[in-house]
Design a protein around this ligand. Structure first.
Ligand code: NAD
Length: 503
């Protein structure tokens, strides 16, 4: 196994101090409480954050509501909004190294990957700026000579944005710029594991000149912060990325006030490999798909369905390549796979592998914790489990670790049945040199995204989201803006042509 470790890790002299952003001010919690974040790779405290409660959420929602109702942002022109979003994109580029550093320390992801994510994030802010200027409604000039119909696109209002720990800055950037482009105001809650970079984003919004109350941040735990942000009557919409279980709880909580809910949830994403595929590319993409972000990725390609004629050779090539992937210290620029987010999560990953082995699956690689010399955090070995059956938890549930499950098939119909035999429907992939096979797969797979002969390429222009228990609504693309817009119908009579109802 390829293990990377640097002796004198560049740890911060002082932890990052994270406070709430409420109505343009940086504040401690109303009750003064705080919490610490321990780096999952280095084992030391890297962040001290304000620990929010109901009073902090109340203050943040009040500020967002007032800012929205006074039109501080919603009544600005698309040009003004775009100018600000572009300024924020430039500031993100300027602060890229700082953001990547804290993201790496809190999440355990490799610094080189964090740098790429921050670059991707500023690109999304620029794309959202283009939408702010070009969004428009519709007109119906076809309703008769005395009628004109207009469909105005208006911001939904106050939006609660709740994000997970696995891509803290990127996911905030898949939501906030679109909400702002639409004219909404926001209260954001990052995961309690990764508060720092959302706080930096708040600093950049303020520096760019976002009016007070338009972007607010409350730090803390799902309960009470996330729950209060979901239930508050003054919030018009919740956009959430996280686990399917919490997504369901949010739908229930939001039902009390019938607010709009947009959900990006989990996945158990299959890749089907046909015998006519470019196997070298497929093996590389499978290895990337399962180990990227240590497998702690909604899009993890953790379920491989390979044709039985090539299964043995494919498995061997995947094991061989897996051994070469550099796992280890996230602060080393050569590392490709870093730490696991918490010790509890590491135990959960390990249990999936052990249970699968007990149920008859074969562990071909890994299946154990990984020791990285000099580092106190938790790491898990690249792991490949074959002879997996579709009804095993390892084939159906998110393991959220560097663990690949391998299943086999004989016919295309059988492969499609295996792909669709899942509660999730986030993404799916097909590897074949035959375009007919790829298209048939793309049309029949139950997934929000299908990749053909590639894996996990993403673009600001293309919508992303899931079907079934992977979520509802879409992010990115013009659909990502639509989520934050309401349609208002204006029906206009031209001239005095209305026949009286009462004679
Ligand atoms: P999580 O559901 O545990 O937490 C996500 C966020 O919700 C955190 O900020 C958390 O504090 C908050 N939260 C927890 N309970 C809450 C409640 N009752 N009400 C409101 N907020 C609450 O998820 P996680 O462990 O942070 O992230 C991993 C999950 O996110 C995985 O399931 C992964 O697939 C999913 N994810 C999905 C996408 C996507 O785009 N589909 C992207 C990234 C992650």
């Amino acid at each position: 196994m390829n293990v990377v470790s640097i002796s004198e890790a560049k740890l911060p002299a002082e932890p990052f101090v994270a406070r709430h952003l409420i109505d343009g001010d940086w504040r401690q919690s109303a009750d003064g409480s705080t919490f610490d974040r321990v780096s999952p790779s280095h084992g030391s405290v890297v962040t001290k954050a304000a620990k929010g409660g109901a009073r902090d959420v109340d203050a943040a929602v009040s500020a967002a509501r007032l800012a929205f109702d006074k039109g501080r942002w919603s009544r600005t022109s698309g040009k003004e909004r775009a100018t600000l979003l572009l300024k924020i994109a430039d500031l993100i580029d300027r602060e890229r190294e700082r953001i990547a550093y804290w993201e790496t320390l809190e999440s355990g992801k490799p610094i080189s990957q964090a740098m790429a994510e921050i670059e991707g994030a500023s690109d999304i802010w620029r794309f959202a700026a283009s939408l702010a200027r070009t969004m428009h409604g519709e007109s119906y000039n076809s309703l008769g000579s005395d009628m004109l119909g207009l469909v105005l696109k208006e911001p939904v209002g106050v939006v609660s944005i709740i994000t997970p720990w696995n891509f803290p800055f990127l996911i905030a950037s898949q939501k906030l710029p679109f909400a702002l482009a639409a004219g909404c105001t926001a209260v954001i809650k990052p995961s309690e594991m990764t508060p720092a970079t959302t706080v930096i984003l708040g600093e950049l919004c303020i520096e760019a000149g976002i009016p007070a109350g338009v972007v607010n941040i409350v730090l803390g735990y799902g309960d009470p912060v996330g729950t209060a942000m979901t239930a508050d009557k003054r919030v018009d919409m919740v956009t959430f990325t996280g686990s399917t279980g919490v997504g369901k709880a949010i739908v229930k909580a939001a039902a009390g006030t019938l607010k709009k809910v947009s959900l990006e949830l989990g996945g158990k994403n299959p890749q089907v490999i046909f015998p006519d595929a470019d196997l070298e590319s497929a093996v590389d993409a499978v290895v990337f798909g399962v180990y990227f972000n240590a497998g702690e990725c909604c899009n993890s390609g953790s379920r491989i369905i390979v044709h039985e004629d090539i299964a043995e050779a494919f498995l061997k090539a995947t094991v061989d390549l897996s051994r070469k992937v550099p796992f280890g210290d996230p602060l080393d620029p050569s590392t490709k796979v870093g730490a696991i987010i918490t010790p509890d999560h590491q135990s959960k990953i390990d249990k999936y592998v052990r249970d699968a082995a007990d149920a008859g699956a074969t562990v071909h690689l890994g299946g154990e914790a990984l020791t990285v010399p000099g580092l106190a955090g938790q790491f898990y070995q690249p792991t490949i489990v074959a002879d997996v059956k579709s009804d095993m938890p390892i084939a159906r549930e998110e393991v959220f670790g560097p663990v690949l499950s391998v299943l086999t098939f004989k016919t295309l119909d059988e492969a499609i049945d295996l792909v669709n035999d899942a509660d999730y429907g986030l993404s799916a992939g097909v590897w074949s040199e035959n375009v007919h096979t790829c298209l048939e797969f793309a049309r029949r797979a139950h997934a929000g995204t299908v990749w053909t002969n590639t894996w996990m390429d993403g673009f600001a222009e293309l919508p992303f989201g899931g079907v079934k228990e992977s979520g509802q609504g879409r992010e990115l693309g013009k659909y990502g803006l639509d989520e934050f817009l309401e349609a208002k119908t204006v029906t206009m009579r031209i001239g005095k042509t209305r026949a009286p109802w009462v004679a």
